[in-house]
Ligand binder design. Structure first.
Ligand SMILES: [Zn+2]
Length: 492
């Protein structure tokens, strides 16, 4: 009897294998067709087929976007709608949002030309004013025409001050919009650098930090003070509540969102320290907050002056909360932007002192004191770089063969493609893949790996990661079948 059952099982197994084989064969054939098709789009020595690449990458499942600033991801057109929702208007002389609610009914009754401040909808309908506004609220048209302009790095970072008055208050709407956009372009996960972490200032700490310097003892003392600071603790509580509120209805079978709080690196030492403290606390208090970050223009005076100090702060707090993951902006610098010594240690310190699990940008790697040793460490310890091609081109003027992604590729440093600030750059993740493919002619296996890596290197909990990777398998099977079908169709 036992033998019979065994042989029946063997027959059933053989039948199952037999049935599965044609399917597996078809999937393989589809992948091969996709590989050949993609190779033709980026063939060396030929002009890259940008329209075809754009369609290819819009359709291709792209896993996650791991370097994504919430407020920088929203397009200006959305912000203008929120201007009206809040009852604000846009000052016609300086393009700033006027939050004093001066756009009364009497004011609105005046002809447009006579108003000092325009509503969002009137701004959207005034083509010339809108075009001028977009040159301030984003990078749009920066290279299109000659005008008196700020340098590109200032242009980029200055945009945030324009739309900040309406960014945080409309997060429920904003995140839903970002979700729809992500699903539309086949992105299943966003790890967004969300809101500024709760902050406090301590004049004595700042004075000491900038004179004799501060140590772990001072960090511990300020931490103890912050524990008793009710306003600071209250802010942490509100942040946690806010994350729960804005997350309602966001996660589903097609999309997952997680958050990172951030410290601003150009603030005073106590302000930065308090923000790192609150970030660590947030990341241990809500599973949706999966890591911490430090952001802001790295090349400005205070960011450069205090860089090493900030890494010490992270080191101290990481020793208290070893489970918290760090994705730190590090090395978003280029030669000439700061003194050469400033280019020699930021990535190394972010990894070796602060304990970063991911590096944002990593653009000055070639100038570091020992780039080969750092890249080996990043390869061995699987510490990826979040590569933001559009943003790096605009802010730092680095692209093509000057971009260090060429070094990361050559030396086996893991990396992922991400958007940084798609609303400011007016790009999307598919566009970043198009840029990458057009510039560096990867094969299909490489871009497919980039998509999977953007989930593998995410800070998602293991079960979520496995769920998203499995879903990605299914999405790629469908994508490759569609591409194989399209290839056959184009030959008819
Ligand atoms: Zn960034």
């Amino acid at each position: 009897m036992k033998k019979n059952i065994a042989s029946l099982k063997a027959v059933a197994l053989a039948a199952a294998v037999f049935c599965a084989m044609p399917q597996a064969h078809a999937a393989n054939a589809n992948e091969e067709a996709t590989k050949r098709h993609f190779a033709a789009l980026v063939a060396t020595g030929k002009e890259p087929k940008l329209a075809e690449l754009t369609m290819f990458f819009t359709l291709m499942p792209k896993g996650g976007d791991l370097h994504h600033h919430y407020s920088g991801a929203i397009y200006a057109e959305q912000y203008l709608q929120w201007v009206d929702k809040e009852g604000y208007c846009v000052n016609k002389s300086n393009y700033q949002i006027d939050t004093s609610k001066t756009l009364t009914k009497e004011e609105q009754a005046k002809p447009l030309a006579e108003r000092a401040c325009l509503s969002g909808v009137d701004t959207l309908q005034d083509n010339t004013f809108l075009a001028n506004l977009l040159q301030r609220w984003s990078d749009k048209d920066f290279y299109n025409h000659s005008a008196i302009q700020s340098p590109p790095d200032r242009q980029f970072f200055d945009t945030f001050a324009y739309f900040n008055p309406v960014a945080s208050t409309n997060a429920v709407d904003g995140l839903q919009r970002l979700k729809q956009r992500a699903v539309q372009e086949n992105v299943s996960y966003i790890e967004t650098i969300y809101e500024i972490a709760p902050i406090a200032q301590d004049a004595d700490f700042d004075k000491k930090a900038l004179s004799t310097g501060v140590t772990d003892t001072d960090f511990a003392a300020l931490s103890a003070k912050l524990e008793k600071d009710q306003a600071f603790q209250g802010w942490i509580g509100s942040y946690l509540k806010n994350v729960d509120t804005v997350s309602v209805g966001l996660d589903d079978a097609n999309f997952t969102l997680r958050y990172q709080p951030f410290a601003l690196r150009f603030l005073s030492p106590s302000q930065v320290y308090s923000q790192i403290v609150s970030s660590f606390k947030l990341a241990t208090s809500n599973p949706k907050i999966v890591g911490v970050n430090i952001v802001g223009q790295e090349s400005v005076h205070v960011s450069m002056r205090d860089y090493a100090l900030h890494m010490q702060m992270f080191k101290f707090l990481k020793s208290k909360y070893p489970q918290v993951k760090l994705a730190l902006h590090a090395g978003e610098l280029s030669l000439g932007m700061v003194e050469p010594e400033g280019l020699t240690f930021h990535i190394k310190d972010a990894i070796e002192v602060a304990g970063a699990s991911r590096i944002g940008h990593g653009m000055d790697i070639a100038h570091e004191s020992n780039p080969l040793a750092i890249m080996k460490k990043m390869r061995d310890q699987k510490i990826p770089v979040e590569v933001n091609l559009s943003s790096n081109d605009f802010i730092l003027g680095i692209k093509d063969q000057a971009h260090p992604v060429t070094l990361f590729r050559k030396y086996g440093v893991p990396y992922v493609l991400s958007t940084d600030d798609a609303g400011v750059s007016r790009n999307n993740l598919s566009g970043e893949y198009v840029l990458y493919a057009a510039r560096y002619q990867p094969d299909y296996a490489e871009v497919k790996k980039l998509s999977y890596d953007s989930i593998r290197y995410s800070f998602l909990a293991d079960a979520d990661k496995q769920r998203l990777l499995k879903a990605l398998d299914g999405k790629f099977t469908k994508f490759e079948a569609d591409i194989a079908g399209a290839v056959a169709q184009s030959k008819r």
